[in-house]
Design a protein. Structure first.
Length: 109
């Protein structure tokens, strides 16, 4: 299992610089237990969005048309509000909970 980080969409200024102002991202993972018709996929997902203040004159600025998903994932992971380890731990915990639930639902009749 390895958590995959993905950028779902970007919001950007509608000007010549197209500076990114919001990145919508997710971290997800899954584990298949069993095989064939008995296979069950257990998934975990963490979603968020981050705001940015674009500054085209700042060193390291990347123009919108030159961005890659890897660029933006790196921005997200480096952001002060993001704890990469805690997020990946939460995703793993969701998978564990799916495989061995601590609560159940139903009725006794």
């Amino acid at each position: 299992m390895a958590v995959t980080w993905k950028i779902n969409t970007l919001e950007y200024n509608n000007d010549s610089d197209k500076g990114v102002i919001v990145a919508h991202w997710e971290a997800r993972d899954s584990e298949v237990v069993g095989s064939g018709d008995d296979a069950v996929t257990h998934s975990g997902r963490y979603y968020g969005s981050l705001s940015f203040t674009p500054n085209p004159s700042k060193s390291g600025y990347v123009a919108y048309d030159s961005l890659t998903e890897a660029n933006v994932v790196a921005w997200v992971k480096a952001h002060a509000d993001i704890d990469e380890t805690a997020i990946e731990t939460a995703v793993a915990a969701q998978i564990t909970e799916s495989k061995t639930p601590t609560t159940m639902s139903g009725v006794p009749w």
